[in-house]
Design a protein around this ligand. Structure first.
Ligand SMILES: NC(=O)c1ccc[n+]([C@@H]2O[C@H](COP(=O)([O-])OP(=O)(O)OC[C@H]3O[C@@H](n4cnc5c(N)ncnc54)[C@H](OP(=O)(O)O)[C@@H]3O)[C@@H](O)[C@H]2O)c1
Length: 272
């Protein structure tokens, strides 16, 4: 086999990815097992395609919330360096896996029937609720999803010191993550310029007609490949700031599609 596209948890990936790589496969792994390993490229084809060239048999795909963010950040960063990012995410149940999706549907049915909710995947009911908590908490008060978003973004953009802060929130949505992103740029940029840069960027689709109620939403991004960007506006609190709202299907571009695109890229680059 030329490829092994691995879509399981960290423990299984740590065991099997090296076995597949040693047998001559190029492994594209979706888990968190290899992402921050300095010898493993972490690739989003629209952003850092050339990082694949250094692969030693394993290539990692980023966390779902990271992928959609860097697809929207990189085109701006190429034109006008980003100096700081503040992101708040609204992440769907499917980001946890199929058990969490089942639990959300079960809780929704139970609520409608007036029955008691008994969560087991999450510590609290997700139906009619949300929690600012994805992954375990560190001593610094950040949870692991926030740390992944920060570290992976820095690695993909080749900006190890980029200032980023994140708050990641689980919301009662089945598929697609949404992110409110505030970026500070080195130089001033109008919202119109940011919109036209993003409109020309690979993998991005603009939905940005607020006066006609047109903005990206998770319900309509689900099942689609693009990273949808809207609510692009100048940040009133910073002279070089841009605010935007970014939504994408976490199971497609946030996971499986990105892995397939990496495999296609390797074929194009003759890197098998
Ligand atoms: N969901 C997302 O949005 C997303 C985004 C980016 C990355 N990821 C990463 O992708 C990986 C998979 O996540 P998921 O959301 O697809 O989880 P999931 O819905 O819980 O699915 C896990 C899958 O792994 C299979 N599996 C478990 N142990 C296995 C083994 N020993 N050998 C072969 N298959 C095994 C399970 O098969 P059975 O059902 O037969 O047990 C199941 O199909 C995780 O590392 C996750 O962090 C997920």
């Amino acid at each position: 086999m030329d490829f092994a596209l691995i879509a399981v948890g960290v423990v299984v990936s740590r065991e099997w990815a090296p076995i597949a790589a040693q047998a001559g496969c190029v492994v594209v792994d979706k888990s968190n097992a290899w992402r921050m390993d300095p010898s493993v490229p972490l690739v989003v084809p629209e952003v850092n395609p050339d990082d694949t060239r250094a692969h030693q048999g394993i290539i990692a795909g980023p966390n779902c919330s990271t992928i959609q963010m860097v697809v929207a950040l990189a085109p701006l960063h190429r034109v006008n360096p980003i100096t700081r990012v503040i992101v708040d995410s609204y992440q769907s149940a499917s980001g946890t896996g199929s058990d969490a999706v089942e639990e959300l549907w079960e809780e929704t049915r139970a609520l409608a029937a007036g029955e008691e909710l008994r969560p087991s995947v999450y510590p609290y009911p997700l139906a009619m609720n949300l929690f600012p908590h994805i992954g375990g908490f560190s001593a610094n008060g950040y949870c692991s999803e926030e740390i992944k978003l920060i570290n992976e973004t820095r690695k993909i953009l080749h900006e190890p010191d980029l200032a980023i802060s994140a708050t990641t929130v689980r919301v009662p949505v089945e598929i697609s993550h949404s992110e409110a992103i505030h970026v500070e740029l080195k130089h001033a940029m109008s919202a119109a310029e940011a919109r036209s840069i993003l409109a020309a960027a690979p993998g991005v689709a603009i939905i940005d007609e607020p006066s006609e109620n047109q903005y990206p939403m998770p319900l309509f991004a689900a099942g689609k490949d693009e990273v949808f960007v809207g609510r692009i506006r100048n940040d009133l609190s910073h002279p070089h700031g841009i605010a935007m709202w970014v939504v994408s299907d976490n199971l497609r571009k946030g996971a499986a599609l990105n892995a397939v695109q990496v495999a296609e890229l390797l074929v194009e680059q003759g890197l098998l």
